[in-house]
Design a protein around this ligand. Structure first.
Ligand SMILES: *[C@@H]1O[C@H](CO)[C@@H](O)[C@H](O)[C@H]1NC(C)=O
Ligand SMILES: *[C@@H]1O[C@H](CO)[C@@H](O)[C@H](O)[C@H]1NC(C)=O
Ligand SMILES: *[C@@H]1O[C@H](CO)[C@@H](O)[C@H](O)[C@H]1NC(C)=O
Length: 295
């Protein structure tokens, strides 16, 4: 009887021990997985990838569905090209009208310690052709989303979509004008800045693809109207070259920063409140106050 009890006791002890051991093992493997995918750890980038680092600056509001595709796509695209990069999502969280240009100015300021060149990048335009070259544009601004290959815009002075500049080139022209609240025209004014500064804008040549297969243009499933309203004297003012505003005077508040990963592709999300100069640009707020629906 006694030996029986001892035997059962021993067996129970072994059982408890093995359960404890397997729990311990599971825990340790879990924690090493966590380290593996840690968003705070920068992926290993070989030094052979060169001295430069690109800030992919994405002016942003609301388009989370597009972001889910954009971040992993551009991350893998740039890794294949051996381009060191950090993706910055500059998310406008105030109640003002969307201001793509000011968000890019803010993106430059928040990335300049980390990166020595930048891409102003639309969230809905994915590069498909691996020949689209995102390397350091030492000869002057490099307009990746060339009108020759862009799915939608084909006028010769178009510089929107995706544009690469060194930080020095961007600073030379005082960044972008802060006057453009609402949709459009800020890139045309930026073209004038680059032209005046005699920067040498170039574009991809002979990439052997066309307007349908060089880029993928994402279309958000929810229908969004573009905010094309022109309020006060906005129409006249935004057709002029702006020699006053830009990188040097952009006003904003950094509300918070989040480090996100989408399919293991890391990105930095800065939540930004832009601050409007109402004397200079009374059209920064929508009359109805219904800014969200007007995007
Ligand atoms: C991009 O251009 C650089 C400099 O000319 C070159 O070294 C690199 O191989 C090019 N990358 C691609 C993907 O064509
Ligand atoms: C302008 O850019 C082209 C293409 O990158 C380059 O071949 C040329 O040397 C550049 N010119 C100047 C003046 O930098
Ligand atoms: C707004 O812009 C005007 C005109 O440039 C300038 O005189 C004024 O100082 C600005 N106000 C603020 C608060 O920055």
């Amino acid at each position: 009887m006694r030996t029986m009890k001892r035997l059962i006791g021993g067996l129970l002890f072994l059982l408890v021990l093995s359960v404890a051991l397997s729990v311990l093992l599971a825990l340790t493997s879990l924690s090493s997985n966590c380290l593996e995918t840690s968003i705070y750890k920068r992926e290993k980038e070989p030094t052979s990838w060169g001295p430069h680092r690109l800030a992919v600056i994405v002016p942003f509001r609301d388009r989370f569905e597009e972001l889910l595709q954009f971040v992993p796509h551009i991350h893998h695209f740039l890794n294949k090209q051996k381009v060191k990069h950090t993706i910055y999502i500059i998310n406008q969280v105030d109640k003002l009208r969307f201001n793509r240009a000011s968000l890019i100015n803010v993106g430059h300021l928040l990335s300049q310690k980390d990166c020595d060149y930048l891409a102003m990048h639309d969230v809905d335009l994915l590069p498909l052709n691996p020949k689209l070259n995102y390397s350091y544009p030492e000869n002057g601004p490099f307009h990746i989303a060339s009108p020759e290959y862009h799915p939608k815009y084909h006028y010769s002075t178009f510089v929107g979509g995706i544009l690469l500049l060194t930080k020095e080139q961007f600073e030379l022209v005082n960044g972008l004008s802060n006057r453009y609240w609402g949709w459009g025209l800020e890139d045309d004014e930026f073209f004038a800045r680059m032209k005046e500064a005699k920067l040498n804008i170039s574009r991809p040549q002979n990439v052997n693809s066309g307007v349908h297969n060089t880029f993928k243009h994402l279309h958000d499933r929810s229908v969004r109207r573009r905010d094309t309203a022109r309020l006060f004297n906005q129409k006249e003012e935004t057709r002029k070259r702006d020699r006053l505003t830009g990188l040097a005077d952009v006003k904003y508040e950094l509300v918070s920063t989040q480090y996100i990963t989408i399919d293991q592709a890391p990105a930095v999300l800065h939540n930004i409140k832009l601050i409007c100069n109402y004397t200079l640009t009374p059209w920064c707020e929508h009359k109805s106050g219904n800014t969200k629906k007007m995007l």
